[in-house]
Design a protein around this ligand. Structure first.
Ligand SMILES: [Zn+2]
Length: 204
């Protein structure tokens, strides 16, 4: 690993990850890390993250299989999922010489949702040494308090192909458009304006 690499981006192949990687393409070199969960859509997300790595010029693409739930349903479950994610990500960052981790996690503007994630990132960061062992690895959360509409605006402005993400709970040729996750994003795309990226493919 060259000394020029200082940033690791966590890419789960959701829309916020696509925004974060697209925004990074003209900045410093970066490592793209894909945490792979045990879920039906794992191979689809893996393939999308690999394409992000290629299209946006990551210096290196790293994949790690995790055991945590990709769809945490309780606060405790969320705590463990996010903590496992961050500990693995920080460990890889430290080993590859990255002093900064971009975690494009997004929860919206409600302080009650934002605060525990910031606290968790600060806590986990404090536990993990940096590559030089002197300071902690910084975790950036640039999209944390944005709304879904704002994420779509950024994605649209980035010029990225908006179909290069996976909003769905299921696996298929295209996102189903009707599960809870899909409905959230279908509604947001309708509000903001860009066409649902798979509209042409799903129309009969
Ligand atoms: Zn779906």
């Amino acid at each position: 690993m060259t000394a020029a690499t200082t940033t690791l981006i966590i890419d789960t192949a959701d829309l916020a990850s696509l925004v974060a990687v697209a925004m990074q393409r003209d900045a410093e070199q970066f490592v793209l890390w894909h945490p792979k969960f045990n879920h039906v859509d794992a191979e689809i997300r893996h393939d999308l993250a690999r394409r992000h790595s290629s299209i946006f010029g990551a210096e290196r693409f790293v994949v790690t299989q995790l055991n945590a739930s990709p769809l945490p349903s309780t606060p405790a479950d969320t705590w463990w999922t996010q903590s496992e994610l961050l500990v693995h990500g920080l460990g890889i960052a430290s080993r590859l010489g990255c002093s900064r981790v971009i975690w494009p996690h997004q929860v919206g503007s409600d302080f009650a949702d934002v605060s525990p994630v910031v606290d968790r990132a600060t806590l986990i960061s404090g536990l993990c040494p940096s590559p030089d062992g002197m300071e902690t690895v910084i975790i950036d959360l640039p999209l944390l308090d944005l709304t879904d509409d704002q994420i779509i605006d950024l994605a649209d402005d980035s010029g990225a192909d908006l179909s290069l993400h996976w909003p769905c709970e299921h696996a298929g040729e295209t996102p189903c458009g009707s599960c809870q996750r899909c409905r959230r994003w279908v509604d947001a795309f309708e509000r903001v304006g860009p066409t649902w990226p798979w509209a042409a493919m799903t129309a009969v």
